[in-house]
Design a protein. Sequence first.
Length: 255
Amino acid sequence: MALEREIREAIREKQFVLHYQPILDLTSREIKGFEALVRWKHPERGLVLPYEFIPTAEETGLIVFIGDWVLHEACQAMARLHARCRSDDLPFIAVNIAPQQFLQSDFVAYLRKVIEDTGVPPHCLKLEVTEGVAILDADRTRRVLEECRGIGVRTGLDDFGTGYSSLSYLHSLPFDTIKIDRSFIAALDQPKSRKIVHTILDLAINLDLNVVAEGIETTDQQAALTAMGCDMGQGFHLGLPLEEKTAFSMLPQAE
Ligand code: G
Ligand code: G
Ligand code: MN
Ligand code: NA
């Protein structure tokens, strides 16, 4: 397949880049961290977004190579970011981990190596997985999540609410954070969606989980979520995914 061949070449030629989207404390409006989002700097097509190549990368297993690069690069970027921040207030970086990558037998060994190589504080790294990983192998997912927690790395359940059995995974898997899927945020002006978001927030408080609302696109959505007590938010209204320098310059400099 042509795309598969091109992705292999892109891995070899190091054509991937990461953009960073800020995640804010909704009450203080301070940036607490960034989500790393991969893009492909295609020599002819320009910047290619994940939906155009992640599915093929997953089908062919190439996502593991891309994902390993993403994890290493995001941690290197985090080390550069931390060099300019106050040491008592270090922002986190959230990295998306595909199911296949998360379930690799050497994933935690690789994670340890990246943390050691880059010297980042493990608690500033957040791994985002979807329930797809638990559908593939729930027992192994739990063990890997526990090992991540064991080395101090934090974990989040991405796209919460869109899957089949999110609640049972919340019950059996040790996540620190849930990210409310942007479909609920987009529909916040409807009473039903509002109630669902309210219920997710109650659930998170009762289970002692952090919450990030994704896809905040308007002032009204931001205000509604803040009023409902949602901790953190992310979305085009709060900050676009941008290249490293531009994204990180949104943070106040130390000194
Ligand atoms: O950046 P964008 O909104 O186009 O991302 C679309 C999808 O691609 C999202 O579901 C996101 O989780 C996924 N994605 C973005 N970056 C990465 C990455 O580095 N690794 C994996 N596995 N998925 C990513
Ligand atoms: O699935 P995941 O949550 O990892 O995907 C993050 C994706 O969401 C990225 O592709 C990012 O570009 C996209 N995104 C971030 N903020 C917004 C937003 O406010 N609206 C929409 N529609 N997409 C967003
Ligand atoms: Mn994500
Ligand atoms: Na998401």
